[in-house]
Design a protein around this ligand. Structure first.
Ligand code: CP3
Length: 348
């Protein structure tokens, strides 16, 4: 029997079929809240050494699937591998997050390459092939990239900041120079996502973690338009590609984002308004989300209530259960099990 004969509930939702029990996975599901991840992480050396070791990257991708039986695995990597492949210096300092050489003047931007050297990311494609070979046939495999805006915020500032002011200022002051960064990221992301599909990814997610700091005009220019170009570029080569957008914090701008970009599903954070999402978003695409990661840390009755609220809000339509953002390292594993049991017991 061919593998495609077994259905993947996660893919079925993306393809238009609501499931009575929503498929479930968690953003950042391979991570520090798992002791088995911390063990592999300790022997890998640096964080990027782990991303670029196909055997270990495949192993940590599979860990949450083995432990929890999620409906989808997401390849273990990071959005900042694209700046690395563009020749920028990318480091992860322990306890501090990413550090890059700031790309914060038009002169520096003029030296930026227009297309990433994807041979530097061969390890990611090899990890995808390995995971594909080991996943249960009903489990989907997700490839991903950062949205150009979010990746650019780290490239410009050289690190994360509370409101990504350095990139916002550069985009206002020097929109043409800033466009050059966005264009390089659009072209590189299309090529990178296509290679992930070739290596066995069933679906793709585009993380725009910092979309919510933009004014509506800047959101249209730097979040919506580049995402649309990526979706079109990927679909030109792979018309059936399933693509999820995650414009975190987009709020009332979500319906426009969905209509313009042509994505198949949108991942929403926990601040989304259910009525607006149901009427103007879920009527068009599948919705993924949106449990508050802090409710997952809390556990107990507060977690049950929060899980029930998500199910009550979105289970009448096409829904993939997820968190509103990544799981936090201090989350107890028992709370993940509690959430999973409650979602799987749901009779919708
Ligand atoms: O979801 C998954 O399990 C797949 C792996 C994944 C990672 N990063 C691994 C990671 C994914 C999808 C990402 C995406 C990512 N990376 C985003 C977008 C989504 C989001 O969470 O907002 C962003 C903004 C980044 C950039 C990044 N990487 C930051 C700001 C940090 C430091 C913060 C932190 O949590 O430590 C990282 C490091 C990182 N990426 C870790 C993991 C598991 C932690 C590093 C470690 O294990 O030491």
């Amino acid at each position: 029997m061919s593998e495609t004969a077994v259905n993947k509930p996660f893919i079925d939702v993306l393809a238009g079929q609501r499931q009575s029990v929503p498929p479930i996975w968690m953003m950042r599901q391979a991570g520090r809240y798992l002791p088995e991840y911390r063990e592999v992480r300790a022997k890998a050396g640096g964080f990027l050494d782990l991303c670029f070791n196909p055997e270990l990257a495949a192993e940590v991708t599979l860990q949450p699937i083995r432990r929890f039986g999620f409906d989808a695995a997401i390849i273990f990597s990071d959005i900042l591998v694209i700046p690395h492949a563009l020749g920028r210096s990318v480091r992860f300092e322990v306890g501090e997050g990413p550090r890059l050489d700031p790309l914060d003047t038009p002169d520096k931007i003029a030296t930026l390459s227009g297309q990433a050297d994807l041979s530097k990311l061969e390890a990611v494609f090899e990890a995808l092939r390995r995971v594909r070979g080991e996943l249960p046939p009903s489990t989907a495999l997700i490839g991903f990239c950062g949205a150009p805006w979010t990746v650019a915020t780290y490239m410009v500032a050289g690190q994360g900041t509370p409101d990504q002011a350095p990139a916002r200022l550069l985009a206002y002051r020097h929109p043409q120079a800033f466009s050059k960064i966005i264009d390089a990221l659009v072209d590189s992301s299309i090529a990178y996502l296509l290679k992930q599909l070739d290596a066995g990814a069933d679906a793709l997610q585009i993380f725009d973690t910092w979309a919510g700091v933009l004014s509506p005009r800047e959101f249209a220019r730097w979040s919506v338009a580049p995402t649309k170009r990526i979706v079109e570029g990927v679909r030109k080569a792979r018309p059936d590609a399933k693509i999820i957008g995650f414009p975190r914090g987009a709020g009332a701008l979500l319906p426009g984002f969905v209509a313009e970009t042509g994505i198949d599903a949108v991942s929403i954070d926990w601040t989304a308004e259910p009525g607006l999402v149901r009427e103007r978003v879920q009527s068009k695409v599948a919705v993924q989300g949106n449990l508050d990661p802090l409710a997952l840390i809390t556990g107990g009755a507060a977690l049950d209530q929060a899980v029930d609220d998500v199910l009550a809000s979105y289970s009448s339509g096409r829904h993939i259960f997820n968190l509103g953002h990544g799981i936090l390292p201090e989350t107890p594993i028992a709370h993940v099990e509690q959430m999973l049991a409650r979602v799987r017991a749901f009779k919708g």
